[in-house]
Design a protein around this ligand. Structure first.
Ligand SMILES: CC(C)(COP(=O)(O)OP(=O)(O)OC[C@H]1O[C@@H](n2cnc3c(N)ncnc32)[C@H](O)[C@@H]1OP(=O)(O)O)[C@@H](O)C(=O)NCCC(=O)NCCS
Length: 167
């Protein structure tokens, strides 16, 4: 399986939307349970492109199988911060692709002057937490009873990576 990681282009919007919707329907990883409309997804991607936010997609042939985005905070006092989000379709997990995606996105974020990258991850998501820890994220807090889907209640873990402190 050869997967390419490239900066997102507008022609990837439909594939990204399908990929996000597939993960949403799994209900275990994100806080949404269905996808966005195509217009919403196009607006999301367009806004990131205008702001030069790192936004990578993983492509198998031309099919979007994953993404990693770092969205700069729009509030002036938080403009050094980016919020990271990522996901892979199920057959592409557990083979190191997530690590490649996040490392490339963090490299792009560093080049673009981000100094703090933060994310929220649902606490049972051990694989994601392990990956984030491996690339240097540390837990900074915990939102208790943050996600309620189906029968359960889950905490969300706030993790952050301070890029300037690493070098
Ligand atoms: C989280 C995600 C991006 C990680 O990417 P990935 O390619 O599957 O992860 P990797 O193969 O790079 O593995 C990351 C690490 O987690 C470990 N791992 C794998 N499964 C695990 C599990 N069930 N529990 C704990 N660690 C696990 C791997 O062994 C690896 O560590 P290692 O390098 O020491 O072996 C991907 O699994 C995914 O998209 N999951 C669903 C969506 C999601 O959770 N998004 C994040 C929301 S915050």
């Amino acid at each position: 399986m050869t997967v390419a990681i490239v900066p997102i282009e507008l022609r990837h919007v439909e594939g990204l939307n399908e990929c996000v919707a597939e993960l949403a329907r799994e209900r275990r990883f994100l806080s949404i349970v269905e996808g966005f409309t195509l217009d919403q997804c196009a607006a999301w991607v367009a806004a990131d492109r205008v702001r030069a936010n790192p936004f990578l997609v993983a492509l198998d042939q031309d099919r979007v199988v994953g993404w990693c985005e770092v969205r700069r905070d729009i509030l002036p006092g938080r403009a050094h911060t980016g919020l990271l989000g990522m996901g892979l379709r199920a057959p592409y997990r557990g083979r190191g692709l997530g690590r490649q995606l996040i490392e490339q996105a963090l490299r792009a974020a560093r080049e673009r002057g981000f100094e703090r990258i933060e994310l929220l991850v649902r606490s049972p998501n051990a694989r994601a937490i392990r990956l984030y820890s491996q690339v240097g994220f540390q837990e900074e807090g915990r939102k208790r009873d943050a996600v309620r889907l189906d029968d359960g209640s889950e905490d969300e873990v706030l993790m952050a990576l301070h890029l300037r402190e690493k070098n």
